[in-house]
Design a protein around this ligand. Sequence first.
Ligand code: SF4
Length: 343
Amino acid sequence: MRGEIAVKEAWHGKPYYSVDAFFKNTYGEKIYKIAVDAGLTCPNRDGTIDSRGCSFCSAGGSGDFAVRMYEELSDTSVYGRQYDPEQIRSGNCGHRPRAVTVSLQIAQGIARFNKKVGERFVIYFQAYTNTYGDPAYLREIWTNALDNPQVVGISIATRPDCLPEEILDLLDELNKTYSAQNKFIWVELGLQTMHERTAEEIRRGYALPVYEQALESLYTIDIATITHIILGLPGETREDMLATVRYVGEKLTKKDPHPGTGVKLQLLHILEGTDLAKDYRAGKVAVLSMEEYFSLLKESLKVLPDNLVIHRLTGDGPKKILIAPEWSGNKRMVMNSLAKYLK
Ligand code: SF4
């Protein structure tokens, strides 16, 4: 345990093991993340479990920062071929339209970053549920991303109840192939809370043992997992939230964790168009102050085992649809204040 938060050399000056430090230690340089939208859906939105989605989830399916679909892409060349958006839309480009779209997003994301900074990237399949689709299509988009010489790995955001045998076999096969090239596959699981009553309230749509089973299955095929936790969920006390953090820390380190295993801590954002927004406006839901959130983060870092990677400490509420907390909209201020606070 961290106890008194120690600044370790391997942590590159931060009082916790950040994903930046992990990448520097592993690849010797900063690795940038490109979030993409693979055009998938989610069983909590398509009616399989529910059609309303989790109560906090915006219409973008938690992928509001993903590179936009082809309508907004200016460079439509992929692997040396030029496509016009109409070709892609109609499927007359020789590839399935959505797969081309993902490749375009990656090409565009890399082009944007390259101008300023990085050389190597991780592709984050962010929007909606990224193992919930035709396995042939998933194989295509994951393989395309991993084959890019500038990509060191992919991170796949999903739900623990969307990892059937066929998908686990595919992940296993690709993980074996690409780890031989020093590339990784991570899977991100949206747990949010360990408390069943909150899970019901936010309409998460699966029970806690499903998460534990998913961790086990992914561990068995040597895939590192990143668990998402939201701090500030309706009805939860500080102790409830820290209990979730502690629980996740214990589950992720029950066996020696695979490199990259860790957590994403996220402040609850009230976003326009969500059911939570209605409750917030009706005065039924409160949000955390910056001081409360920072204090929770500090405690969370103390209870999480040292060998877990902290992939995120804040999370961005997309400004255009952010209702509350307002302070979280000023990301630069939040990050600077947090750095001072943790030091
Ligand atoms: S599982 Fe994810 S994508 Fe689906 S509704 Fe919940 S937060 Fe949104």
